[in-house]
Design a protein around this ligand. Structure first.
Ligand code: SF4
Length: 219
């Protein structure tokens, strides 16, 4: 079959960035739908499931810490915590760090549901299996950069990511693992960067800018 390149798609294709946004929107809808459906099956709201999952992943947290980690307003967290308490899925105890705050801990049943809620996005892992390793690495690199931009714009919480962590030492050596985590004193490769590290400590705004500059400038 003879074919010649027609200019049709040159003139009738949205910019790549617009089509990436459309794709992310579709993925976001699928994740929301799955979270809602699976939460419903467990008798929870999606936020209640997220709270239990965060408490299982990070250990006891205060309402403010949950609000910051999940990017959900404090009143919404308080409502969900009240319902989870009524369902006997979590308990409150005094926080030794802040006399006026309470630490939230899942009960045994709450921890079981929280562990299940952590696996809700697993359907996405199945979809990612079709990506070759180098495609996964490129995708992950793009995700890190996009989330960091959203964090600096105040659209998602600044938490959990190496590139905003006070322990992160970017591009301190050459080779496959150019970065370093000072918390565990170990080298880090680009595809080992954390997005949700429990040991993350937020660097100050100016230091975050310096970290990013060093991260974007390979040794
Ligand atoms: S403590 Fe966690 S977030 Fe911070 S640099 Fe180490 S691995 Fe990354």
């Amino acid at each position: 079959m003879t074919s010649k390149r027609l200019p049709y798609f040159d003139e009738n294709t949205e910019p790549l960035s617009s089509r990436i946004v459309t794709g992310l929107h579709k993925i976001g809808l699928a994740m929301k739908q799955q979270a809602w459906q699976q939460a419903n099956e467990e008798g929870l709201s999606a936020t209640q499931g997220q709270i239990l999952a965060a408490l299982v992943a990070h250990g006891p947290l205060t309402g403010s810490e949950l609000s910051e980690r999940l990017g959900v307003t404090l009143p919404t967290i308080s409502d969900s915590v009240r319902v989870l308490g009524e369902k006997k899925l979590l308990t409150k105890s005094p926080d030794p760090r802040h006399p006026r705050a309470s630490l939230l801990t899942p009960t045994e049943k709450g921890a079981t549901l929280g562990a299940r809620a952590r696996s809700w996005p697993e359907f996405m892992a199945t979809a990612l299996k079709d990506l070759a390793p180098e495609e996964q690495r490129a995708f992950f690199s793009g995700v890190v950069k996009m989330i960091r931009t959203l964090q600096e714009q105040g659209l998602v919480p600044v938490s959990g990511m190496c590139v905003t962590c006070t322990h992160f030492r970017p591009n301190v050596r050459e080779g496959a693992s150019p970065h370093h985590c000072a918390f565990v004193d170990a080298p880090l490769a680009n595809d080992q960067l954390r997005l949700d590290c429990p040991e993350h400590e937020r660097a100050a705004e100016a230091a975050r800018g310096d970290l990013w500059e060093q991260f974007m400038r390979p040794a």
